[in-house]
Design a protein around this ligand. Structure first.
Ligand code: ADP
Ligand code: MG
Length: 393
């Protein structure tokens, strides 16, 4: 039997999920034990680590993700370097959970998104869409000695989808309920919402990016503190500011808010150029830094409100927040203030807010090695379900 058949025969697998989001804060690794696949999937969390990136790695990610810096040499080296960091994260989560690395059966790795073009642009006379995630899976495969599934988004894109949001199938397997429509709001660099209508099938799921999550707040914080802080820890700075209604009105003109799903966004929309324009506007309006930060915080909450109240064909009965933004009490307070439904965090359901996305890639990888479709065309806009992920053996 080959390595793939061996995995398919085994009923319970130890699977590591790896995720590095648009915040470029670090490599997350979740070690799970997965039994079965498809609707029978059972997941047990064994451990979680997040390896923070050095300033140099983070700066390189932001540079390469700008879309106009770095050449083929940089992309080549970056991919292998991130493969190495991914491998370190796998080893670290094994050590933390007391599981020997040889016992790991499978890894699902998202990699780092460097560029995402969901709407066609004219390129070389072709109408082209695309997405690029790097973090060489062969390096992980060689170092850990088990199969690795990676590069999840591209297959959905080839089928006409946006390649995003990518985790709703895994969320369906873990969070669906018969008695409630569940809203899952992840707040990473970007915010994204998944709604699992009560008693629904996978194709009833809908999901889309709500707009910026922490990305704008992070950049405003970094600039206000001359690079000393990467983010507003526990929302302490935003809590000292007051939201500027004038600046908020400017932010609310954002066409993304009005756009109908399926829709996805990223650093292309809310990166340096956006924050340059925001801070320029703040200056014109005489809005000081702390107030600009409080306004950006309110804006993230209002984007979530617009998503829940204007773009959901089925309104969720509750919102379960995950991702780093769930640790920002000032943001959580704003979200609870603007929404009329109960707002929980993953911990309220016995899950880990930080591990959630990484766990999802373990689940998606498990589906992939069984040849099972793990995309949700109703959320990405693809023509049909596909098996997302490429396997390195
Ligand atoms: N204690 C905290 N207080 C405020 N914000 C936090 C805290 N912990 C994490 N964050 C925010 O979460 C972000 C990282 O979230 P994460 O879910 O890893 O996003 P991504 O998936 O984009 O990497 C940080 O950049 C920061 O904005
Ligand atoms: Mg992160």
């Amino acid at each position: 039997m080959n390595a793939l058949q061996l995995l398919q025969e085994k009923n319970t697998l130890k699977v590591i999920g790896l995720m590095s989001g648009t915040s470029a804060d670090g490599m997350d690794a979740a070690l799970t034990e997965i039994t079965g696949y498809g609707l029978q999937t059972k997941v047990k969390a064994l451990g979680f680590v997040s390896l923070p990136y050095s300033d140099a790695v983070r700066e390189e990610i932001l540079r390469l993700a700008s879309g106009t810096a770095g050449g083929s040499r940089d992309l080549c080296l970056f991919s292998f370097a991130l493969g190495e960091i991914s491998l370190q994260a796998c080893r670290a989560v094994c050590e933390q959970s007391g599981v020997p690395p040889e016992a790991v059966d499978l890894v699902g790795s998202h990699g780092q998104t460097l560029y995402h073009v969901p709407a066609a642009v004219d390129y070389l006379g072709h109408a082209v869409r695309g997405t690029l995630q790097l973090g060489e899976p062969s390096v992980i495969c060689e170092g850990l000695g088990c199969p690795v599934v990676s590069d999840f988004r591209v297959r959905d894109m080839a089928a006409g989808g946006q390649g995003a949001p990518v985790v709703p199938y895994a969320e369906y397997l873990l969070y669906r309920r018969q008695d409630q429509s569940v809203g899952l709001q992840n707040i990473g660099g970007i915010g994204n919402l998944t709604v699992l209508p009560k008693g629904g099938a996978p194709e009833d799921t809908f999901a889309f990016d709500t707009g910026p999550g922490n990305m704008v707040m992070d950049q405003v914080t970094e600039r206000m503190t001359a690079g000393k802080m990467r983010y507003d820890e526990n929302g302490a700075l935003a809590a000292q500011g007051v939201c500027s209604e004038a600046l908020l009105r400017w932010m609310l003109q954002d066409p993304y808010l009005k756009k109908q799903p399926p829709k996805s966004t990223g650093r292309e929309d809310y990166g340096k150029a956006y924050v340059d324009a925001l801070l320029q506007k703040a200056q014109e309006l005489g809005v000081r830094g702390l107030d600009a930060l409080a306004t950006a915080c309110r804006f993230t909450a209002v984007c979530i409100q617009a998503a829940v109240e204007e773009h959901c064909p089925v309104r969720p009965d509750c919102l379960v927040v995950g991702g780093g933004g769930s640790h920002n009490p000032t943001l959580m307070k704003e979200i609870r203030r603007v929404l009329s439904i109960p707002v929980l965090v993953n911990e309220d359901l016995g899950f880990d807010s930080d591990a959630k996305e990484a766990v999802a890639f373990a689940i998606l990888a498990n589906e992939c090695i069984h040849g099972a479709a793990n995309s949700v065309p109703s959320v990405t806009g693809a023509a049909h379900p596909v098996v997302m992920g490429k396997i390195s053996l």
